[in-house]
Ligand binder design. Sequence first.
Ligand code: ZN
Length: 561
Amino acid sequence: MKYFFAFIFFSQFVFSQSPYPQDYFRSPLDVKVILSGTFAELRSNHFHSGLDIKTQQRTGLNVYGVAEGYVSRIKVSHYGYGKALYITHPNGYVSVYAHLSKFSPRIQKYIKTCQYDKESYEVEVFPSPDELPISADEIVAFSGNSGSSGGPHLHFEIRDNEERPINPMLFGIDVEDTKPPFLSAVYAYPKNKRAHINQNKKRTELRLIPTSKGDYTTEPIEAIGDIGFGVVSYDQQDRAYNKNGLSNIQSFYNGNKTFEMDFKRFSFDESKHINRFIDYEVYKEKKSRIQKLFVQSGNTLSMLKDVDANGYITVEDSTSTVYKVRLRDFKGNEAWLSIPVKGKRAKEILEAPELKPNTYIIANQVNELDQGNVSVYFPKQTFYEDFHIDFSVANDTLKLHKNTIPLMKSYTINFDIKNYVEDDKDKLFIASLYGYYQKPSYISTKRLGDKLSARTKYLGTFTLASDTVSPTVKPVNFQNGKWLSKLSTLKVKIDDDLSGISNYRATINGKWILMEYDYKKDTLTYDFDDNINTETENNLKIIVTDNVGNSTTFESTFFRK
Ligand SMILES: [Zn+2]
């Protein structure tokens, strides 16, 4: 008996040791860590790969390397992470800092040299270990709002040596949180036609009843057959109202665990399966993300653990059972949901046969559709499951089902444009029609002779659109023919109506200058500190080109000493 206890004590001791080094990484900021986004929380087409740390609604806060190491990658892009820095540490982990406003002077100098060499704002470089070593507590950058960031914050990640992002809180970065997660909706799903919930053979919302302890229950459901459940839930931490993600969800049926999702680590190539994990149709139609506590074909997320019978429960006639869900945040605060389930045969319901479109997609093979001047090519495994696709073409408009079905990869749409006159062909592009007003939106289009091709990851309605109007370029902080000796930057506003900005090129007296593009403000900014030699009289020239090749040349003279 004594040995038995000793063994339990020993094994618990072993398992409670975190496999991640504690107190190795400091916080990347001086300010208290308050999160506007948690690790692996649900985002559009991906799980969030890091922490979004609040920066007091400001940009320009000091960003520290979280430990010694070396800069192993710098990427500057218009969208996505904006200005991003990657530091590789001696223990094999890589820390990532994104949406920065600028880098520390030493790193800024390094990247500007690359940008001037390549004559491009967008660059990606992989310095060798001896080029930009980083010491402990070194300021490496300043926080910002660059790229696809919706407000000033620092996006911070820790990745393992296989490029997989891991929750940085596992390394001891502490965030105050004393509040349990909360539920805002719960749904039951019959797996097939033999199952029902409250006489219903479709997704059924259950009415949530909060209990006095902060947990939840629902009215008893009557069901039969294989049933799954889904929840809309969030976690709120102390000191912020942001609706963040959970750390773990488990469900239990008759006391046995049937499902677990553990938001600890994932790899970037599986992140797309978020669209299989949530109810994609409800998300596209109502913007609400129902997390399905059952697993459907093709969902290979590694964050799914211990899933029994794919997370479905089987309800037998004349039984009375309870299905429970445990929602947990990183600090271990929990909320429970209990759903009483009564097994009861349904009265036979006569259903009207559904009218289905007659084109059938088989997910496991290549599917090609063709009509009029349009053809569509779906590679193998574009879809998670077989389905009847709604497909029609009329007046240069392709209707391809609805955007409520998730795709695993991009497919190709081709339009034949031989019936257009040559001058018009050049201005055509493929647009998707979005929203209530069916506004045409450019999708990346290539032309090969009389064929226009575009690749997309969404179903929906597509049309041929034409852009004949060139971009506009307007000076913001200067005027033609003036003295600008006191200005530290040159700023212009650029815009394109329909197909959008594709590229731009700016020179002073014929020499290329770096202009940073902020697509959220439609601005290009040149910094006089870049020290492109100016004379007394200078010629600024900016050429902006849209996605079908219309271009505008802006020229201005300024004086400086
Ligand atoms: Zn982020």
